[in-house]
Ligand binder design. Sequence first.
Ligand code: OSB
Ligand code: MG
Length: 369
Amino acid sequence: MQITEVTIRKMKMRMKEPFSTSFGTMQDKQFLLLEVHDELGNIGWGESVAFDAPWYTEETVETNLHILRDFLIPLLLGKQIDHPEQVSKLFAPIRGNNMAKAAIECAIWDLYAKRKGISLAEALGGRRQQIEVGISVGIQNNMADLIERVQRYLEEGYKRIKVKIKPGAEITILRGLRNAFPDVPLMADANSAYTLDDINLLKQLDEFDLLMIEQPLAHDDIIDHAVLQKLLKTPICLDESIHSLEDVRKAIELGSTKVINVKIGRVGGLAEAKRIHDYCMEKGVPVWCGGMLEAGIGRAHNIALTSLPNFILPGDTAGSSRYWEKDIIEPEVIVEDGYITVPTAPGIGYTPNLIAIDEFTTDIWHFRV
Ligand code: OSB
Ligand code: MG
């Protein structure tokens, strides 16, 4: 296929409620939405997971725009692409900027699957017809709110609860939840808020019987995590530290992690995400699909990825209504009894809702051959 046209939209969508982590609070989500056209008039869609500020990793909406417009799109326009795996090779000379790369690579996967008339899940080699879903709960103002919220999510069927923690609040949060929900599959995500000076505190978390603790130490660390893992019973799951299959290999070899949170944006696209999946499966390391508060297009890519066999733990791929009054796809993503049915229609299998997309677009750029 030949890439003839790319459209970038800058989007702004208000979340139903603010989402708070150890690094801050977000309510208005800004992101880039990408449309890639081929010579036959097919369209593929992709969504960048970079936020408007560089708290989680260094990329932002504006750095994505720069990298896409000035480097990635010029590399792609007019090129003949036989398979989406070629895209990451084409982008290899450009360092980093994985979220920018992933946004356009995901759009090309969607386009490729649509041209073949198969679902994106099938194009990736996914077999699962339904995926298990967990939910990530932000830091709340008080324990009563947190418990009420978790109660509601459990009633809605979510299969595991992930709770954000931060220094000084972790014991209260986890003890409160464990007392209220003794048997619920529970995990904590620190978003890099601790250091090895907190070892005694982190060891105390073993008593809460967590499925895992996500990224307790620095966003770019795999050395100290290995030290910590030796002292904890609770498995460590790396999120922020993982940008590639090489990072995964090194972290596993060092003993820094026992589980991997795969985020398509963080690792530069679906091809690398799949390579990570395959490697972890071979090593007996379970993976799950992380979330970045995506709108429907990004969520659809996550769902397709999660249909691969080693995604054996529930992901952070909650339903559209957990985040949005109105999502940008039809139908919206629905969670029933804690499962999402993987769509079978060609490509991402959800239809972009062009009226909603227009409503949330604040800027638009067109690029043609
Ligand atoms: O660390 O997984 C994370 C949201 C924004 C940035 C980082 C993270 C998260 C979440 C929410 O945990 C996952 C979601 O519901 O999309
Ligand atoms: Mg995380």
